[in-house]
Design a protein around this ligand. Structure first.
Ligand code: 6PG
Length: 240
């Protein structure tokens, strides 16, 4: 794993730098493999990043979009990560509909939806049994509690090692989420984190010793590149 930590002076600079790192990764993937698979994070931080990516002239037919997690709500619900990404980015660019791979949330049982999406991912990446596909670029956020995707502290999802997709749980609310092993198979993981409220959890995530169950972002140790892009409000103590 190659870990890069950058602390930017403010949110605007953080988004600008995040855009540049994402574009570098996208261009590199397409040059090497004529394809780029990207998994998006949800929440509020990445919205301006998605709006910025939407202004770029990219070979959208070579780009496939997934999500690292999804709230278990309909795609038109205000909390939907899919809805946010479509309105901020995907609806503004000429990306084929077939290149967008949302997590299903239309099954009565979220576990059935997770199984369905796992099957879809396996077919898309032509995954052999027991293998984890290498997604080119996974964007992640981090909650004030140190969660990432929908891998929340002290939940069963943290310990799922034999699945690509599982059911997360936020205060009893179901989520669909990538598992830690799937995220860690990525060629590149980029955390984009902003705000002073993230500072205490960041200190624990970056600590030499702490508890992965309490701070699940510690579980993210990808075989490829790991970028932590932070604004100063979040990453002041981590500035080298
Ligand atoms: C979600 C995200 C989640 C998010 C963090 C940070 O579905 O909410 O995928 O992991 O990245 O909660 O959220 P903010 O960027 O809004 O602080």
């Amino acid at each position: 794993m190659n870990k890069i930590v950058e602390v930017l002076p403010d949110k605007t600079a953080l988004i600008e730098r995040s855009l540049q790192v994402c574009l570098d990764q996208i261009h590199s993937c397409i040059e090497q493999r004529s394809l780029c698979t990207i998994a998006l994070s949800g929440g509020s931080t990445p919205k301006p990043l998605y709006e910025a990516i939407a202004t770029q002239n990219l070979p959208w037919d070579k780009i496939h979009i997934f999500w690292g997690d999804e709230r278990y709500v309909p795609p038109d619900h205000p909390d939907s990560n899919q809805r946010m990404a479509r309105s901020a980015w995907l609806d503004k660019v000429n990306i084929p509909a077939a290149n967008i791979h949302p997590m299903p949330t239309d099954e009565a049982d979220p576990a059935v939806a997770a199984d369905r999406h796992e099957q879809h991912i396996k077919e898309f990446f032509q995954v052999q049994p027991g293998e984890f596909p290498a997604i080119d670029l996974i964007l992640l956020g981090m909650g004030d509690d140190g969660h990432t995707a929908s891998l929340f502290p002290h939940t069963e999802a943290l310990n799922v090692r034999d699945r690509l997709i599982t059911v997360g749980n936020k205060d009893g609310q179901p989520r669909i989420t990538f598992t830690a092993p799937l995220i860690n198979q990525a060629r590149c993981v980029i955390f984009v984190v902003a705000g002073a409220s993230k500072r205490p959890a960041l200190a624990q995530v970056f600590a030499t010793t702490s508890d992965d169950q309490s701070y699940p972002s510690r579980l993210i140790q990808p075989q490829g590149e790991l970028w932590w892009l932070l604004d100063e409000a979040a990453g002041l103590e981590l500035k080298s």
